[in-house]
Design a binder for this molecule. Structure first.
Ligand SMILES: *[C@@H]1O[C@H](CO)[C@@H](O)[C@H](O)[C@H]1NC(C)=O
Ligand SMILES: *[C@@H]1O[C@H](CO)[C@@H](O)[C@H](O)[C@H]1NC(C)=O
Ligand SMILES: *[C@@H]1O[C@H](CO)[C@@H](O)[C@H](O)[C@H]1NC(C)=O
Ligand SMILES: *[C@@H]1O[C@H](CO)[C@@H](O)[C@H](O)[C@H]1NC(C)=O
Ligand SMILES: *[C@@H]1O[C@H](CO)[C@@H](O)[C@H](O)[C@H]1NC(C)=O
Ligand SMILES: *[C@@H]1O[C@H](CO)[C@@H](O)[C@H](O)[C@H]1NC(C)=O
Length: 502
C-alpha cells in the first residue's frame, strides 16, 4: 500500500480496495481525516503569512504605485488542496499526436499548453511531450524528470487522453512511418481543423517536430484559451523533488522577510545571441562573437551592440540594473533573489549591484552544495527552481523580456495580479545615458524612471492585439486575460473590450 505523502487525492483513490480489513480501513480513514485537518491549518497559516508579507512589503514601493486590490479569487497553487480527479472524457480518438518541444523550459511549457489544447480540439490522443535535448542548454531531462507526469495525465483526463508512448504497432519496427512536420506558427483553431485533421485520414500518428508559438495569441474560442490556462496553472506541476526544493528556497527567503526576484538575464548565451557587449572587455566581446558564429541556428551574425542597445533590445547590465532599482525606490535593506544561471563576468560584474544591495542571494548561496548537486547538469531543473521562486516573490523584475519573463508575468497575474515591474528598456537606456553625461540630475532621473513605469507593474489590462503581427502583440501567456476575470465586472477590471472573439 502506498503511504507516500502525495496529497489527499491520491490516497482517496487507493482507498476502496476490497480486501482491506476493517481496522486498516479505520486507520486509513483517520489518516485521511487528519491529513485534511492538517492541510486546512497549513492553508490558513500560509494565507495569513502571505497577507502579512504583502502588506509589509507594499511599504517599500508604494511611493511609486499601489495596485488597487480587486475582489479576485486568488488561485495560488500553493494554498490549494488538489481537486478530486475528474471523470475521463469519452470520445473517439482520431489518432495519436506526438510532439517534440523546442527551446528552453518556459518556451516548452507554453508549447505543452498549446499542444494539449490542439489535441483536445481535434479529439486526438496526446503522447507525453518530448523535451528539447539539443537546445543551447543541452539538458537531457525528459518530461517526467521535470513535470509530475501522473498529475499531468490524470488531471486532464476529462479533456484529453494522454499516453506515455505511441503504441508499439505504430513503431518503425513494424514498418510504420509517421508523418513528421512543424505546424505553422501562430495559427488558430481553423488551421488545425482544415489542414491538420484531414492528415489523420491517412496517418494514425502525426509528429509535430517543432512546437514554439504554435497557437495564436488571439482570436481563439474562449474555452480553448481557458484550457491553455488550465494546463499551465493546474496540470503542469513540477516533480516532487523540484517542488520540495523550490518550496524550501521560498521558505528560506520568506523567513527573512519580503523579497524581490530579479531575473538578471545577463548570461553568456543571451549576450552572444543578442550581440550586446555593452560593459564587456574586448576579449569578452570577441568570445561572445565566436560563440554566436558557432551556433548555426542563431541567424544574425554581425551585430552592432550600440544600435541594439538603443533600440531597447539588450538585456540590462548588472550595473544598469543597480541604478534602476535604486531609482525605483529599493534600498540597501531590500532582499533580492537573483533568478538566473551564471552571470557573465561573474562576481566582477556583480560588484556594483552587490554594494548597493548587500542582501543579494541566489540558489547557490542559499542551498548547500549537495542539495543542488542532482540538478547540476540539468539547466531546465535549475530553471524550474528559479521559476518557482519568481512566481512566489513579492515583486518580480526581469531585465529582459524573454520567455521566462513573460510566462512568469502571466503566472503572477493569475495569482492575483502580483506586482511585476516590466522595464521599458528603450526608455531606460536613454535615461541612463542622459544621467551619465549630466543632462539629468539624480532626482530628475528618479522622477523620469518612476513615471515611465507607473503603468508597467502588471496591473489588470487586456492584451494588446495587432492584427497580422503576432510577434509584436502581447503574448497570450504573459496576460491570459480570459482566465483572469469572470462575469460582468471584466470591463471594470480590464477596461472595455473591442476584440473580435469568435
Ligand atoms: C462512450 O460513448 C459511446 C458512444 O456514445 C458509448 O457506446 C460507450 O458506452 C461510452 N463508453 C463509456 C465508458 O462510457
Ligand atoms: C470530437 O468529439 C465530439 C464528441 O465527443 C464531437 O462532437 C466533435 O465533433 C469531435 N470533433 C472532431 C474534430 O472530431
Ligand atoms: C521537421 O520535419 C520536417 C518535414 O519532415 C523536416 O523538413 C524538418 O527538418 C524537421 N525539423 C526538425 C527540427 O526536425
Ligand atoms: C556534469 O557534467 C560534467 C561534464 O559534462 C561532469 O564532469 C560532472 O561530473 C557532471 N556533474 C554531475 C553532478 O553529474
Ligand atoms: C547626453 O546623452 C543623450 C542621450 O545619449 C544625448 O541625447 C545628449 O546629447 C547628451 N548630452 C551631452 C551634453 O552630451
Ligand atoms: C481597442 O480599440 C482602440 C481604438 O480603436 C485601440 O487603440 C485599442 O488598442 C483596442 N484594444 C484592443 C484590446 O484591441
Amino acid at each position: 500500500m502506498e503511504v507516500r505523502s502525495e496529497g489527499i487525492q491520491v490516497r482517496c483513490d487507493k482507498l476502496p480496495a476490497p480486501v482491506i480489513p476493517r481496522t486498516r480501513l479505520r486507520i486509513w480513514f483517520i489518516r485521511v481525516c487528519s491529513s485534511i485537518v492538517l492541510w486546512t491549518c497549513f492553508v490558513q497559516l500560509v494565507t495569513v503569512s502571505e497577507l502579512w508579507h504583502s502588506h509589509f512589503f507594499s511599504g517599500i514601493t508604494n511611493r511609486i504605485y499601489h495596485i488597487t486590490q480587486h475582489p479576485l479569487h486568488v488561485k495560488d497553487a500553493i494554498v490549494q488542496a488538489p481537486p478530486p480527479l475528474p471523470p475521463p472524457r469519452n470520445y473517439t480518438s482520431n489518432g495519436f499526436l506526438r510532439v517534440s518541444c523546442n527551446g528552453g523550459l518556459n518556451q516548452m511549457r507554453a508549447a505543452i499548453c498549446d499542444m494539449v489544447t490542439v489535441a483536445r480540439f481535434l479529439n486526438l490522443t496526446l503522447v507525453v511531450p518530448e523535451l528539447d535535448k539539443t537546445s543551447f542548454w543541452a539538458d537531457p531531462s525528459n518530461f517526467e524528470d521535470i513535470f509530475d507526469v501522473r498529475h499531468f495525465i490524470n488531471s486532464l483526463r476529462d479533456e484529453v487522453r494522454i499516453v506515455k508512448r505511441v503504441p508499439k504497432k505504430f513503431s518503425r519496427k513494424y514498418g510504420y512511418t509517421m508523418l513528421q512536420m512543424p505546424p505553422v506558427s501562430w495559427s488558430n483553431e481553423k488551421y488545425y481543423v482544415e489542414q491538420i485533421l484531414p492528415l489523420f485520414g491517412k496517418h494514425k500518428v502525426l509528429h509535430f517536430n517543432k512546437t514554439d508559438t504554435r497557437l495564436s495569441n488571439n482570436g481563439l474560442p474562449v474555452d480553448l484559451q481557458k484550457l491553455r490556462c488550465r494546463v499551465n496553472y493546474q496540470a503542469l506541476k513540477f516533480t516532487p523533488v523540484i517542488e520540495n526544493l523550490g518550496h524550501k528556497l521560498i521558505r528560506m527567503l520568506q523567513e527573512k522577510g519580503p523579497f524581490v526576484a530579479l531575473h538578471l538575464r545577463y548570461e553568456m548565451d543571451m549576450l552572444a545571441f543578442s550581440g550586446c557587449t555593452n560593459g564587456c572587455s574586448e576579449e569578452e566581446a570577441e568570445e561572445l562573437k565566436r560563440m554566436r558564429y558557432a551556433f548555426p541556428w542563431w541567424r544574425e551574425k554581425e551585430i552592432v551592440s550600440q544600435e541594439r542597445r538603443s533600440q531597447g533590445l539588450c538585456p540590462l547590465t548588472p550595473e544598469e540594473t543597480s541604478l534602476i532599482l535604486q531609482a525605483l525606490g529599493f534600498d540597501r535593506e531590500t532582499q533580492i533573489y537573483i533568478a538566473a544561471g551564471e552571470i557573465y563576468g561573474g562576481d566582477r560584474r556583480l560588484a556594483q549591484l552587490r554594494s548597493a544591495f548587500p542582501r543579494i542571494v541566489k540558489k547557490e548561496t542559499l542551498l548547500a552544495r549537495d542539495e543542488l548537486q542532482q540538478f547540476q547538469n540539468h539547466s531546465s531543473q535549475m530553471a524550474a527552481l528559479d521559476f518557482m521562486v519568481s512566481v512566489a516573490s513579492n515583486i518580480f523584475i526581469p531585465t529582459y523580456y524573454g520567455n521566462m519573463a513573460k510566462v512568469v508575468e502571466g503566472h503572477r497575474r493569475y495569482s492575483g495580479f502580483k506586482k511585476t515591474i516590466l522595464l521599458d528598456r528603450k526608455k531606460l537606456v536613454e535615461l541612463l545615458d542622459m544621467h551619465r553625461n549630466g543632462t539629468l540630475s539624480w532626482n530628475e532621473f528618479v522622477d523620469a524612471i518612476r513615471q515611465a513605469h507607473e503603468k508597467r507593474m502588471g496591473q489588470p489590462t487586456r492584451r494588446m492585439v495587432i492584427p497580422d503581427k503576432p510577434k509584436e502583440e502581447d503574448y497570450f501567456y504573459a496576460n491570459p486575460h480570459e482566465c483572469l476575470c469572470e462575469g460582468t465586472n471584466c470591463d471594470d477590471l480590464l477596461g472595455p473590450s473591442n476584440s473580435t472573439h469568435v
